[in-house]
Design a protein around this ligand. Structure first.
Ligand SMILES: NC(=O)c1ccc[n+]([C@@H]2O[C@H](COP(=O)([O-])OP(=O)(O)OC[C@H]3O[C@@H](n4cnc5c(N)ncnc54)[C@H](OP(=O)(O)O)[C@@H]3O)[C@@H](O)[C@H]2O)c1
Length: 289
């Protein structure tokens, strides 16, 4: 019988920790603040930004939501980032991805003060993660996956971990976290050019799927007793739903779950952890300020 790792419950526990940390910070005279910048009208981005701001409100974190029109220039967006960098009431800045195509996202990320880069995407924070320097910020989704593994009592030390996906947001930082001292996993990173992906996955004690392809990981890719963390969030058409779609992960859950020691569902697995870890990072930043 596989154990279902309940991301909603773990995220709720993380947010409860955050609530207490906010009180402690306020007692020291520090009100933590997060600025969320949205350029354009992408509906999914609007939902993400809305839930980040709402979660701040629930925890007593000051938030500033800045919505800019699609035609905002690179220069104007940089000016907003500069203003937030200089604002002592703001400890975390994030510019919701993806921005409109005329915006150079990398340049925007580089313009954010690394000390306020609570997404952990600035090159300085990427380097600190690689160097295992704890003074940086760890990207929220992989940090959330590590917390899920910990809460589920999964032993990473000496485990064979396979990360499918090598993005800067999930795959690469996930691999760094798993191989870091203390986690001590033996990590294989697979991607679209990898040969025999099913065979690679079958070697894994821990599979992290961060691909963006619905139900790609099948039952015969996963060995009996493995732990599977499904990062994927994919919309697939479903006429039986009022919305016309349902969300599914990168793992064929119904066939894979019975073989696993533990697995995260989609939705309700990694998803809720990302915002919770963003709040954590904002409080870390406020604590350092
Ligand atoms: N739960 C959350 O909060 C959260 C947060 C972030 C992302 N996500 C989800 O996680 C998934 C991945 O996100 P991402 O930002 O990392 O995506 P991404 O930037 O598109 O990266 C996808 C990675 O998967 C690899 N890949 C694509 N097709 C493959 C295939 N057939 N076989 C093996 N590898 C393949 C790509 O390889 P190449 O490098 O060779 O192209 C790439 O490294 C998406 O579904 C996204 O929505 C969820």
């Amino acid at each position: 019988m596989s154990k279902i790792i309940d991301g909603k419950a773990v995220a709720a526990a993380v947010l409860e920790e955050c609530r207490q940390e906010v009180e402690q910070l306020k007692a020291r005279g520090v009100t933590p603040g997060l600025a969320v910048v949205l350029v354009g009208e992408d509906p999914a981005s609007q939902v993400y930004v809305g839930s980040k701001v709402r979660t701040c409100g629930e925890l007593g974190i000051h938030s500033e939501k800045i919505v800019l029109p699609t035609e905002t220039t690179q220069e104007d967006l940089l000016a907003v980032v500069e203003r937030l960098n200089a604002d002592p009431a703001i400890h975390g800045i994030l510019v919701q991805s993806p921005p409109p195509p005329h915006i150079d996202e990398e340049a925007i990320v580089r313009a954010i003060d690394p000390a306020k880069d609570v997404d952990g995407f600035h090159p300085e924070n990427v380097a600190k993660l690689a160097l295992e320097d704890p003074s940086g910020f760890v990207p929220c989704t992989p940090a959330g996956c590590m917390r899920l593994l910990k809460e589920a009592g999964v032993e990473t030390k000496g485990a064979n971990a396979v990360v499918i996906g090598r993005s800067m947001i999930v795959g690469k930082p996930m691999a760094l976290l798993l191989m870091a001292k203390g986690s001590d996993a033996t990590v294989t990173v697979a991607h679209s050019r990898s040969k025999d992906l099913p065979g690679i996955c079958r070697q894994a004690d821990i599979v992290i799927a961060a691909v963006g392809r619905p139900e790609m990981v099948k039952a015969d890719w996963v060995r009996e007793g493995a732990v599977v963390i499904d990062v994927g969030i994919n919309r697939v058409e479903d006429a039986s739903r009022k919305s016309g779609f349902r969300l599914t992960g990168d793992v064929a859950y119904p066939e894979v779950a019975p073989k696993c020691a533990a697995i995260t569902p989609v939705p309700g697995g990694v998803g809720p952890m990302t915002i919770a870890m963003l709040m954590k990072n904002t409080l870390i930043s406020a604590g350092r300020s």
